[in-house]
Design a protein around this ligand. Structure first.
Ligand SMILES: Cc1ncc(COP(=O)(O)O)c(C=O)c1O
Length: 338
């Protein structure tokens, strides 16, 4: 099987496993796991932020950030494609009692103007209190689309002027940094909290980090405990993260190249209606009307290719560490001959 469903399906490389096996560990709930402490400090330093918190998942880092920045009854401004809205089990409502103000916009992008126009009037008792803006970069449902930094800065200005917390779901932020030649420290200066995932393009088996000020991360640590995310000798997992931050960022451009090669095959296929622009490791395309999504996916499955269906003929391939260019060429041959 060539598994192109997600970049979360990777298994640790031999070198990563070796780093994990040799990790020095302690009880992290007591703050005594040296490998976790190292990973948190390393990631925080990379982004020029004061502190970091290692968590089991990107869902947890996002949910902790939401809990940190909101009160029950508050409203969060985000795009309707957001992971926090679509794919976190209703967590923002269940965990934090919040509602969303969903914005539309090309490929999952929101703009400063739309954010400004969507903030609830703080003097109107009918309105929910808007307390947070959340952006996603890259946007998963937008096809791995990447923001221009100037757009993020403009949203940041609106957020600051209106005393809104500014969070970024950066599950695939490193893909954006590599493609756009952007700097991690610039993100650190702009956002109150940053969530990054180690278990997507970076190839770790588990783990995400929430980055922010010392004050925010101290409180986030309490929320993590409350959510049941305080792990003990999880340095074995953090060691994979340290290895990935040191070795797996620069290679992300290879995944982006593989995505471009996939896209070039899809362009030749008569059953493809359109393809979203491909900027990183995600390729989203739409089947022509009348073509059944399930039958199409079953056919590819029979031919040894796995992908994800996003409904109504919208399909997704994701390239990653565990698919080679040879695998992609094989997929292309199958696609153009379907
Ligand atoms: C954009 C985005 N945010 C957050 C997450 C959540 O990460 P996890 O699966 O580690 O909970 C994902 C997972 O795919 C994602 O794509």
């Amino acid at each position: 099987m060539i598994d192109l469903r997600s970049d979360t399906v990777t298994r640790p490389t031999k070198e990563m496993l070796n780093a994990m096996m040799h990790a020095t560990v302690g009880d992290d709930v007591f703050g005594e796991d040296p490998t976790i402490n190292k990973l948190e400090a390393m990631a925080a330093e990379m982004f020029g932020m004061e502190a970091g918190l290692f968590c089991p998942s990107g869902t947890m880092t996002n949910q902790i950030a939401i809990k940190l920045h909101t009160q029950p009854g508050d409203e969060i401004i985000c795009h309707e494609y957001s992971h926090i809205y679509n794919y976190e089990g209703g967590g923002l409502a269940a965990n934090s009692g919040c509602q969303t103000r969903l914005l539309k916009g090309d490929r999952g992008f929101i703009s400063a103007e739309e954010v400004a126009a969507s903030i609830g009037n703080p003097h109107d008792v009918h309105a929910a209190h808007t307390s947070m803006v959340s952006v996603e970069n890259t946007v998963n449902k937008g096809g791995g689309s990447c923001y221009d930094f100037s757009t993020l800065e403009a949203i940041g200005e609106v957020a600051r002027a209106n005393h809104l917390a500014y969070h970024i779901d950066g599950a695939r932020l490193f893909n954006a940094l590599v493609t756009k030649s952007q700097k991690a420290e610039d993100y650190g200066k702009l956002f109150d909290t940053i969530s990054i995932c180690l278990s997507k393009g970076l190839g770790c088996p588990v783990g995400s980090l929430l980055l922010g000020s010392k004050k925010h991360i101290t409180e986030a640590r309490r929320i993590r405990k409350r959510f049941g995310g305080g792990m003990r000798q999880a340095g074995y997992l953090a060691a994979a993260g340290v290895y990935a931050l040191e070795n797996h960022i620069d290679r992300l451009f290879e995944d982006h190249e593989k995505a471009q090669v996939l896209k070039s095959a899809l362009e030749k296929c008569s059953w493809v209606d359109r393809i979203e622009p491909v900027e990183t490791n995600i390729v989203i395309f739409y089947l022509k009307e009348g073509k059944d999504q399930k039958q199409f996916m079953d056919l590819l499955h029979q031919k040894g290719i796995l992908l994800v269906g996003m409904g109504q003929g919208k399909l997704r391939f994701v390239t990653h560490l565990d698919v080679s260019m040879e695998n992609i060429e094989k997929v292309n041959e199958i696609l153009v001959n379907l």
